[in-house]
Design a protein around this ligand. Structure first.
Ligand SMILES: C[S@@+](CC[C@H](N)C(=O)[O-])C[C@H]1O[C@@H](n2cnc3c(N)ncnc32)[C@H](O)[C@@H]1O
Length: 291
C-alpha cells in the first residue's frame, strides 16, 4: 500500500543504496491503493526525464493513478491517458476527469460518517455514476487496507481506536480532488481493457507506457479484476514500439517470462507497510535512464 512504503533505491554505481522516504513524495491520489506505486515515484521521474520531448504517458492499469497524477502535476508529460477496467474504480475517475468533480469533492466534505450512513450509501442498488464514485471512495477509506473486493470488510479498531473514521480525511480528499481538477485538461480517462488499449497502440513510437498489472501472487486478494493473462501481457509489451516500463513481483514465473521474451530488467528492493522487504522487477525497453 502506497502511504508508508519505503524504497531502497540504488543511486550512482559508486554510492551505497539509499533509503528514500515516501513521506517526501506528494500524495495526489484520492485512493488508498493496494499495490500503489507511490514508492516508485523517484524512479518514474527519472524514466520520464530520459529525453526532453513532449510526452504522452499512458497508464493502462491505472488503479489509484499515482504515476499519472504525478506526471500531470510535475509536468513530466504533456498528455496522459488513463485506463481502468474495474467499474467501481473507473467510476471515480469518470466523475473526477470527465464529470462533476465539484459534486464529488463537496459530497465527501459534507458527509456525516457513521456506520448507518455508510451502510446506506454502500447498499443502495442501481447507483448513478456519481453515487457509485462516492460509494467507491467511501468503501476504499473505511474498508480494511483500502481493499474493495467482495471478500473485504470494514476497518474494526483502526488508528487510535477511531474505527471507520481512521482513514476518512474528508478535507484532504476534497482538496486532492479539486487539485486534480486543475490539471485534468491534460488527462484522458477511459473505462476499458488494458490489453485492447495496448494492442491498438502497439506501433505508436511516441507514447510512453507505464504498465502496472495485478501481480501474480497478491492480485487475487487485492483486486476484483486480478485474473489476467500474464504471458499475453509480456508478449504485447515485447512488441511495443514506444517506450515502456512494466513492473512485477520478483517470482520464478516472471523471470521465466522475462527471459522467454528477451526483455531487459532490473530488480529493486522495497519494503511494504508491514515492513516486509521484497524485490520487484522493473522491465523496460532500455535502462540508459536508470542511473
Ligand atoms: C496493481 S493495480 C495498479 C496500481 C497503480 N499503479 C497505483 O499506483 O495505484 C492494477 C489495476 O489494474 C486493474 N485491472 C485489472 N485488469 C485490468 C484490465 N484488463 N484492464 C484495465 N485495468 C485492469 C485493476 O482493477 C487494478 O486497479
Amino acid at each position: 500500500m502506497g502511504e508508508q512504503l519505503t524504497l531502497f533505491e540504488t543511486q550512482k554505481k559508486t554510492t551505497k543504496p539509499k533509503v528514500v522516504n515516501v513521506a517526501s513524495v506528494p500524495q495526489r491520489s484520492p485512493f488508498r491503493y493496494p499495490g500503489g506505486k507511490t514508492w516508485l515515484v523517484p524512479v518514474i521521474r527519472r524514466w520520464l526525464k530520459q529525453d526532453t520531448n513532449n510526452k504522452h504517458l499512458c497508464e493502462p492499469f491505472v488503479g489509484g493513478g499515482i504515476v499519472s497524477l504525478t506526471a500531470a502535476f510535475e509536468n513530466l508529460a504533456s498528455k496522459i491517458t488513463m485506463i481502468e477496467l474495474d467499474e467501481e474504480v473507473a467510476s471515480v475517475w469518470e466523475v473526477i476527469i470527465n464529470g462533476d468533480t465539484n459534486w464529488l469533492a463537496t459530497t465527501i466534505l459534507e458527509f456525516d460518517l457513521t456506520i448507518e450512513n455508510a451502510k446506506r450509501v454502500l447498499s443502495k442498488n442501481k447507483k448513478s455514476i456519481k453515487e457509485q464514485a462516492f460509494s467507491t471512495i467511501l468503501k476504499n477509506r473505511i474498508f480494511h487496507g483500502g481493499i474493495i473486493t467482495k471478500g473485504s470488510g470494514l476497518i474494526k479498531n483502526g488508528e487510535n481506536g477511531k474505527g471507520i473514521k481512521s482513514r476518512w480525511y474528508a478535507k484532504t480528499l476534497h482538496d486532492r480532488i479539486m487539485a486534480i481538477n486543475l490539471v485534468k485538461n491534460k488527462i484522458d480517462f477511459k473505462t476499458g481493457d488494458a490489453f485492447d488499449f495496448l494492442e491498438k497502440n502497439i506501433s505508436d513510437k511516441e507514447k510512453y507506457f507505464f504498465i502496472d498489472p495485478p501481480y501474480t501472487k497478491a492480485g487475487k486478494r487485492l483486486y476484483t479484476y486480478f485474473d489476467i493473462d500474464h504471458e499475453k501481457l509480456f508478449k504485447l509489451t515485447s512488441r511495443l514500439s514506444g517506450k515502456y516500463m512494466l513492473t512485477y513481483d520478483d517470482t520464478d514465473e516472471i523471470r521465466r517470462l522475462t527471459d522467454k521474451y528477451n526483455l531487459l530488467y532490473k530488480t529493486i528492493p522495497m519494503r511494504t507497510t508491514h515492513h516486509i522487504q521484497k524485490n520487484e522487477i522493473i522491465i523496460s525497453d532500455n535502462f540508459d535512464w536508470w542511473v
